[in-house]
Design a protein around this ligand. Structure first.
Ligand code: ZN
Length: 250
């Protein structure tokens, strides 16, 4: 079968998805969710001056493991794209003056918040998806655990979807399968998509730790065990494990 940029592997735009994929737990579950649903799935990652090359390596490890261990998904998983957003990273960084830091505290946002980051990601993702003939944009945004991130809220994403479709004359759908889930329920979703095999893949291959620590393998994955990202991941995993490692009801 011949492929063209406008219809990868013969899939229509409605059957084809672009997953915003960082190599972390959440976006790995989103990738599995998309592979279960769509005939053609591509992934996009953003280099915005991330702390660790390790995040980029985790992306490749997760993709390779999914192809190897889930043959039914292998044919659906298409190209990976990495877009350079270091210019945006520099803007976000240089804006961290004392005044802005105080303002951010007054807004009640964590210091790790990068203003508008998800909005920028989505603009780039939509431009890429337009060129690649992909109609769905899938992201791991979640308003349950990080209620402080205004660009992860569904209201924001609905507005963004309207803006993208008006501005690009398209019919993109931004899908956020984790939006209402707790971190424990995200593990349950992984189990419902690919059983313990997928849970194991995500535990071992995905990367969440802010410190870039890949040393020790805990029950919940690699990581320092002390940074906020590790604490959240560990807590969610242990809650899900203690409750009997259930799959999410369909
Ligand atoms: Zn950590």
């Amino acid at each position: 079968m011949s492929t063209s940029p406008n219809s990868p592997a013969g899939a229509s735009r409605a059957e084809a998805a672009l997953v915003l994929f960082s190599g972390g737990q959440d976006s790995s579950v989103c990738l599995a969710w998309a592979l279960e649903r769509y005939a053609r799935v591509e992934t996009v990652g953003f280099d915005y001056g991330q702390r660790h090359v390790i995040e980029m390596q985790a992306r490749q490890s997760v993709r390779a493991a999914m192809i190897e261990r889930f043959p039914q998904w292998a044919d659906r998983l298409g190209e990976d794209h990495v877009l350079d957003l270091t210019g945006f990273g520099a803007v976000a960084q240089s804006a961290l003056t004392a005044d802005v830091a105080i303002e951010m505290t007054e807004r009640g946002l964590p210091s790790t918040f990068v203003p508008g980051r998800n909005l920028v990601f989505l603009i780039y993702a939509a431009a890429l998806a337009d060129r690649r003939g992909l109609g769905k944009l899938v992201g791991g945004m979640c308003e349950t655990d990080f209620s402080g991130y205004p660009d992860c809220r569904r209201d924001t994403l609905d507005a963004m979807q309207s803006a993208l479709n008006l501005g690009m004359d398209r019919d993109f759908v931004i899908e956020t399968p984790l939006m209402k889930l707790t971190k424990a329920e995200t593990w349950a979703l992984a189990k419902s998509l690919g059983g313990e095999e997928l849970v194991d893949l995500i535990v071992v291959e995905s990367h969440t730790c802010y410190q870039g620590d890949r040393g020790e393998l805990h029950a919940w994955g690699h990581g320092c065990g002390e940074c906020p990202a590790c604490e959240l991941r560990q807590k969610g995993y242990e809650e899900w494990d203690a409750a009997g490692r259930e799959a999410l009801p369909a």
